[in-house]
Design a protein. Structure first.
Length: 303
């Protein structure tokens, strides 16, 4: 955060600005002869009884869900950030501009993920289902306090960068288009995370100790809700994988695949963010030791 403010976020946003067709898709299609998600995220390399084609297919299914999940969570992110802009309407116009750009970029990301879903569907067997409706989930998330929602948003935007830099970027075996989508996505999410943190600290200053304690409980509730979504979607994805690859696979192997995909999703969407050093530092600066233990205990129940 050192040296960053809303003006700096605007400057970086202008430099990183990209167009869906001219910069990202560029008339290309997905290469279905390659994996989409790297092993570091999909964890398919841990399922050693799967052959190469099966591991590739499972990485593609997870990659399709990965894209849909981002389009899905950005629905409540835009709504919350738009709500927060109200705090700056008659005040800091630089902050207002930065947050409006944030919303514009997130709306573009949603459009990108809507665009690529039919492109992914065209190259994969029929039967895939993404279970959850963005508007319904967003409405439920937005019932929680702004403090809790900003914490969840920051976690998401930090793991977006972590996933690309440490897993997607180094893997040369991935579909080039899939890889580029998350390169450009990550570029704009970097400034979003900075603004999230600025607004989270700003929101925290408004709270009484009792209100903050309740907000910590709401963050725990949000993480539990995310885990419920992951459990349902991982089951749907494994059912689809088994149907199109090997429906006669034995019970033990089915169980290993189900556990493997659920653990991969929990790593992707919960632990890679909650364990991110920057998130831990930011969270730790706002809460008490007892509140930190409550959060860690809740995460331990998921693990």
């Amino acid at each position: 955060m050192e040296g960053y403010d809303y003006a700096k976020c605007i400057e970086v946003s202008k430099r990183a600005r990209w167009d869906i067709d001219n910069d990202v898709i560029r008339g290309r299609e997905f290469d279905f002869s390659k994996k989409f998600l790297p092993d570091g995220l999909s964890k398919v390399d841990q399922l050693d009884f799967l052959n190469e084609e099966e591991r590739k297919l499972l990485s593609q299914i997870q990659g399709r869900t990965y894209a849909n999940m981002f389009g899905f969570v950005e629905r409540f992110i835009v709504a919350k950030i738009l709500e927060i802009t109200r705090n700056h309407w008659l005040g800091d116009q630089v902050a207002l501009e930065a947050l409006v750009r944030f919303c514009d970029e997130e709306l573009k990301h949603q459009k990108l993920f809507r665009r690529i879903e039919p492109m992914l569907a065209a190259g994969m067997p029929e039967g895939y289902t993404f279970l959850h409706q963005p508007d319904a989930v967003a409405a439920a998330v937005l019932e929680k306090s702004t403090w809790a929602v900003l914490a969840l948003i920051l976690e998401i935007e930090l793991f977006t960068q972590e996933h690309y830099r440490h897993s997607i970027e180094p893997d040369e075996s991935l579909s080039p288009l899939f890889k580029d989508i998350f390169l450009f996505h990550m570029k704009e999410e970097a400034t979003h995370a900075l603004m999230d943190e600025l607004e989270w600290v700003r929101e925290d200053k408004k709270l009484t100790p009792k209100e903050r304690d309740r907000a910590v409980d709401e963050l725990i509730e949000l993480v539990a809700a995310v885990d419920g979504i992951l459990q349902a979607q991982s089951k749907a994805d494994v059912d689809y994988f088994l149907k199109v690859s090997n429906p006669l696979r034995g019970k033990e192997e089915k169980n290993r695949i189900e556990n493997g995909v659920l653990n991969a999703y929990r790593w992707q969407y919960i632990f890679s963010g909650s364990e991110h050093p920057r998130f831990r530092t930011a969270l730790g600066s706002l809460i008490t030791e007892a509140q930190g233990k409550r959060i860690n205990n809740a995460l331990g129940l998921i693990r």
